[in-house]
Design a protein. Sequence first.
Length: 452
Amino acid sequence: MSAKSDAQLSRALDFLQANRRSRIAIGAVIVAALLLLAGRSAYRLVPRHHSITMTGGDIVSNRHFLARILQAEAPKHGLTLVIEPVSSGLDALERVSQGKLGVALVQGGLEHTYPNVEHVATVMPELVHLLVKPGINGMDDLKGRSINMGIKNTASRSIALTLLRFAGYAEDVDYVETNFTPEQLLALPFRKMPDAILTVSSVPSYLVEILVRKHRYQVMEIPFPESLALRHGWAANGLIRAYTYDLAPVVPERDIQTVAVNMHLVANASAEPGAIAKLLEVLYSPSVENRLLQPIDAKKMMLPSGYPISQGVTEYLHRDDTFLTMELWKKAQGVFGLLMSFAGMGVVFLRWLRGKPPEEPADEEFHGYLAEVVTLEKRLMALQADVALERAASVAELGKMRQRLGELRIHLLERYPKVRLEDPQLLDRCLATVRASQDQVQHLLSRTGVSR
């Protein structure tokens, strides 16, 4: 079965090789494929300007402020950021998951993750701010009070619920929950403001600063961050320095403990790696730190967020790799060997595309055989005129002539199927001349008494 298949394949290849149109069509397809691959490689080498959509959440949040800084600095690095504010971190994650947004600055502290979302960087810690009206002196005084926890279905509210439960407060029993947005809080008169506000932001928080100075809220300590961290991996120890939000009166009056939650930069799984790498260049550039007035530590970018690492992160981390490395040298050796193999295959294939080389006419070769027979005929004529034909030397020479003529006849018959002759009668003439010479040799040998 295998031999039959090989024979059929061989016939098919011979047919394609013999057909000029088939060879041209196959060659055109292969050349087009090679040009496509070369063009794709060249396209990747050309510097590109990337564009990606981004959100930092609510327009009064520090994350939105950071997003605007990144937007302003991005064009210097060949990147355009289109900022789209959203109401909450959950909404941002939902849009990133659906591919409606490319990247987002989101708050940690969520117990579940979203599909099609990847980790780009852990940017900085955000601190939980517990704002209280004058007269509230500790977390024990929150019972029976109204507490604003942000709009529902947000990471901030989820963190606030966790903190209050850890402090021993039962939801809808020990306190009254309000769900004002930051914009609504800024617009409310003091009499309608909640007794306490839980919000999460990097320091300094512009929302907290306005509330402290406008409504004389105090920033209260949350004394159990380390204990909370034992139960929730997203929680860490945080510190708000004295004088952070006001000088007269001092807010807070001293350095206070609170819960820290990391801010993460996440991206849709299909976001272009080149754009993500450019965004990281912008994020960790000195100009962004200068405008933000606080450092962004690149060493913390890989702190886990619960999402898989984006390919753009890998591209960014290897941007400064030395060109000539041992690994690259080994790869170059492998590529060189592969190229040599393909070059050999290419040579064979090009020869195949050219078709079978036309055979040169073999008339000149057969003319040479005729010339050799003519030389033998001349010698035969000389021997025939020799009166001492029976001499041993003459007999031996005639024997050699007979052997050579026999070999020549066999050679002509073997060569004929393998060559092309412009003169189709040339073989017949050669064979006839050889046969005549053989008869003449035999005649002379018979005169000497040698029959065979």
